[in-house]
Ligand binder design. Structure first.
Ligand code: C2E
Ligand code: CA
Ligand code: CA
Ligand code: CA
Length: 279
C-alpha cells in the first residue's frame, strides 16, 4: 500500500507539473493569438419560443491555435482571465461582434441583438463604458442591438461600482443579462439592486427539467420570479423537444441550445438568416 501511495504521489506530481507547463505554454501563445489572428467568433441563435423566430445570437470566442488546433474556451478563458489577457481579447470580441452584427443589418437582414460575454477583469478596468461606446461609434451599431452577458460572480464583487457601470450601459440602451443564473452566489438581493433586462437560466437546470422535480421547480420559479420583476427569461442548453415543451408550457420567453442550432461560423449564420428570410 505504501509503495502504491508513493507511486500515486509521483504520478500526481508529474501530471501536476505537466499541467503547469501546459498552462504556461498556452498563456504564452495566448499573448500572440490576437496578432496572429487565431481567434474567431461563433454565433449561436437565440430563439423566441412562441414564434420560433431567431431574435438574436450569442457571440462565442473560438481559438484555432497554430500548432494545437482548436482549443476549448473552458481551457483558455480561465488562463486569459488570470493573466489579464481577457481585457484586450474581450475588447476584440466586442468589436468583432458589433461589426459583424452591423454587417448583417447593412446586408438587409432584420436587425438582431448580439450578446457578448464580459469577464470580471473587464469590469475592474475603469474605462469599460468608454471602450464599449467607442466600439459602437466606430462600427456604427446602435446600442440597442448589443447585449452584455454578465455572471453573478461579477455582480458580487465591488457592487456599487458594478451597479454604476451597468446603469451607464443600460442608459446608453445596451441590454443586460445575467448569465448562468442560479449557479453563483444565490443572493436574490442583486436582482433588486442591479439594472437588468433578462435572466439566462443555466443549462445545468435545463438538462433534467423533464425528469427531475427539483430542477423543474427551480426553473418554474425562476421564470415566474423574472416575469414578476418584468425581466425576460431565456433558457440555455436546450437540447430536446421535451425540454422545449416544458419551457413553452411555463411561458419561458426565449431559448438557446443545440435543439435549434449549435454555435455557427459567421458564414453559416448568414445562410441561416437567408433561409429564414425565404420562409
Ligand atoms: P456560456 O456563456 O455559458 O456559453 C454557453 C456555452 O454552452 C457555450 O460553450 C455553448 O457552445 C454551449 N452550448 C450551447 N448550447 C448548448 C447545448 O444545447 N448543450 C450543451 N451541452 N452546450 C451548449 P462554449 O462556446 O464552449 O463556451 C464556454 C464558456 O466560455 C461560455 O459559457 C463563456 O463562459 C466562456 N466564453 C465563451 N466566449 C467568451 C468570450 O468571448 N468572453 C468571455 N469572457 N467568455 C467567453
Ligand atoms: Ca454566455
Ligand atoms: Ca451561460
Ligand atoms: Ca454556462
Amino acid at each position: 500500500v505504501k509503495t502504491q501511495g508513493k507511486n500515486n504521489y509521483q504520478f500526481y506530481s508529474a501530471s501536476l507539473s505537466e499541467n503547469v507547463a501546459e498552462r504556461m505554454e498556452l498563456e504564452n501563445s495566448l499573448r500572440n493569438a490576437l496578432k496572429k489572428e487565431e481567434f474567431f467568433l461563433s454565433y449561436q441563435p437565440k430563439v423566441d419560443i412562441k414564434t420560433n423566430q431567431v431574435i438574436g445570437m450569442e457571440a462565442l470566442l473560438r481559438w484555432n491555435h497554430g500548432k494545437l488546433g482548436m482549443i476549448s474556451p473552458a481551457k483558455f478563458i480561465p488562463i486569459a482571465e488570470e493573466s489579464g489577457l481577457i481585457v484586450p481579447i474581450g475588447e476584440w470580441v466586442l468589436r468583432m461582434a458589433c461589426k459583424q452584427n452591423k454587417d448583417w443589418q447593412d446586408a438587409g437582414f432584420p436587425p438582431l441583438r448580439v450578446a457578448v460575454n464580459l469577464s470580471a477583469r473587464q469590469f475592474q478596468k475603469k474605462n469599460l463604458v468608454e471602450v464599449i461606446s467607442k466600439i459602437l461609434a466606430e462600427t456604427g451599431l446602435e446600442p440597442r442591438w448589443l447585449e452584455v452577458e454578465v455572471t453573478e460572480s461579477i455582480l458580487m464583487q465591488n457592487m456599487e461600482f458594478t451597479v454604476s457601470i451597468l446603469q451607464q450601459l443600460q442608459a446608453i440602451g445596451i441590454h443586460i443579462s445575467i448569465d448562468d443564473f442560479g449557479t453563483g452566489y444565490s443572493s436574490l438581493n442583486y436582482l433588486k439592486r442591479f439594472p437588468i433586462n433578462s435572466l439566462k437560466i443555466d443549462q445545468s437546470f435545463v438538462q433534467d427539467i423533464a425528469t427531475d422535480p427539483d430542477d423543474a421547480a427551480i426553473v418554474t420559479a425562476v421564470i415566474s420570479l423574472a416575469h414578476h420583476m418584468k425581466l425576460k427569461v431565456i433558457a440555455e442548453g436546450v437540447e430536446t423537444e421535451g425540454q422545449l415543451e416544458f419551457l413553452r408550457m411555463r411561458n419561458c420567453d426565449d431559448m438557446q441550445g443545440y435543439y435549434f442550432s449549435k454555435p455557427l461560423k459567421a458564414e453559416e449564420f448568414t445562410k441561416l438568416l437567408e433561409s429564414s428570410k425565404e420562409i
